[in-house]
Design a protein around this ligand. Structure first.
Ligand SMILES: *Cc1c(COP(=O)(O)O)cnc(C)c1O
Length: 437
């Protein structure tokens, strides 16, 4: 396998732009007069630049199609930006299909990768002429029954199981596809295409998704190798002329200041090398490559702005903010690190103290940071919680009567637009009928 030392490019350090953007205290204070805290704010320019970067490293592949994983940031304004930059969408629910349609997408610009799929969602995907990516061999019959006949083009989600283990940065195994509920086994994949071919399907795609928040470029090169190998095998054994290979999502972002940025150049170049060796000399060339990144497209280019409203000193020191895990669940859910800066205070400003930064939800894991050394925070200070542009607002919930915040967009022209309002109590009560009490 090709491994090279990652080079830090300026583009890849775009996340640090977020820390030095016009996010000074005066700007944020002005903003909060119009849009009260908390809110997530996204940087349009940086998102566009990131998408161009992704496309750039795959220019050698003529048919290259990047999809945006809608679940990372399901806001139609963000989807429209992605669509304007040539991205399609990766959807796995009816709502995500509807959002894609609203953003002006249909046909091969939508890939529908669901699992345990209700019939109604396959029907909705077909209506938009999306590429349907099957999650299980039994879904071949299920889809045929649901739609009356199989679509002309179909993709299969491959789960390599014990054939593939994902090695983390520290060298340990972090993922075992054998434990994942998704996809076809290798044997089923071979059989699946044969069945599809026998039933008249003409155009074929192959998909896998084995990584999550992975900063090792090598992992995606291995995935490309694994899929190319399978594609060649399928051609040899069953004469399947694969048209498209989707490498999945999972490109990581440097959440911690000391994390290395992901080297897109290195990955693109290494995948090209594998392609040139394995695919170009064969009848399978040209083979279209697709990706379905979410996190690395919007993640570093969004942040949660929240205000310190209380301080509390008991056995530990706490800073209480006006948002909670309902607005950003990653730290509470899996101990994820999100960098925090204090508007108007340098990162290393003195005096400093070690605190837990907490929300107001009645769960003790409702903490944005634990034992974090920060400049001393006073009540009224604005805190910026970084890298919330993907799987941030999207994972919001209403447990404990907590409401989801607004989403703002820092547009390319420097203006700020609200792209989703904050929820109100009326939204929370919208499904209740109090009149019959
Ligand atoms: C979640 C998901 C993605 C996006 O993952 P990121 O880590 O955000 O890049 C892509 N494809 C599928 C099938 C997913 O479930």
């Amino acid at each position: 396998m090709i491994v090279s030392h990652p080079i830090k490019s300026l583009e890849d350090q775009a996340k640090f732009d977020m820390k030095t953007l016009p996010f000074d205290r005066a700007f944020l204070e002005e903003l909060t007069r119009i849009y009260p805290t908390p809110f997530h704010i996204y940087d349009e320019k940086a998102i566009r630049r990131r998408i161009r970067r992704i496309r750039e490293v795959f220019t050698w592949n003529e048919g290259f199609q990047p999809y945006f994983a809608v679940k990372a940031a399901p806001n139609p304004y963000l989807l429209k930006i992605a669509a304007e930059e040539g991205m399609g969408t990766d959807c796995s629910s009816l709502a995500e299909l509807v959002l894609s349609e609203k953003a002006g997408l249909r046909g091969e610009k939508i890939m529908f990768t669901s699992n345990n799929t209700p019939a109604s969602e396959y029907a909705a995907a077909k209506k938009l002429d999306a590429i349907i990516n099957l999650d299980d061999i039994s879904h071949i019959d299920f889809l045929e029954r649901t739609l009356g006949q199989l679509p002309e083009r179909i993709s299969i989600r491959y789960n390599p199981g014990p054939l593939r283990q994902i090695i983390g940065q520290a060298g340990g195994i972090i993922g075992n596809p054998e434990d994942a509920k998704y996809g076809f086994t290798r044997e089923q994949t071979m059989e699946g295409y044969k069945i599809l071919k026998d039933r008249g399907v003409k155009r074929f795609g192959l998909h896998t998704m084995v990584a999550s928040n992975q900063l090792e470029e090598r992992c995606f090169v291995d995935t490309a190798w694994m899929l190319f190998d399978l594609v060649l095998d399928l051609y040899e054994k069953h004469g399947v002329q694969m048209e498209m290979v989707n490498l999945g999502g999972g490109v990581g972002i440097p959440y911690r200041p000391e994390d290395k940025p992901f080297d897109f150049d290195m990955m693109g170049q290494a995948i090209q090398d594998v392609y040139e060796e394995m695919i170009r000399p064969t009848v399978l060339h040209p083979l279209k490559i697709c990706t379905e990144y979410g996190r690395c497209v919007t993640g570093p280019f969004g942040c949660l702005v929240t205000r310190a409203i209380h301080r509390k000193n008991i056995y530990k020191k706490y800073v209480g903010v006006d948002s909670c895990m309902a607005n950003l669940m990653r730290p509470a859910l899996y101990g994820a690190y999100h960098h925090i800066t204090v508007a108007g205070k340098e990162e290393n400003a003195e005096p400093r103290e070690v605190v837990d930064v907490v929300g107001s939800l009645c769960e003790n894991n409702d903490k944005f940071a634990i034992d974090r050394e920060l400049p001393v925070i006073e009540i009224g200070d604005l805190l910026v919680i970084h890298d919330t542009g993907a799987h941030g607002h999207a994972m919001g919930f209403q447990y404990n009567g907590k409401l989801r915040s607004a989403e703002l967009l820092l547009c390319e022209d420097g203006t700020v637009k609200q792209i989703r309002r904050a929820e109100t109590l009326d939204d929370y009560f919208a499904t209740l009928d109090f009149s019959d009490l």
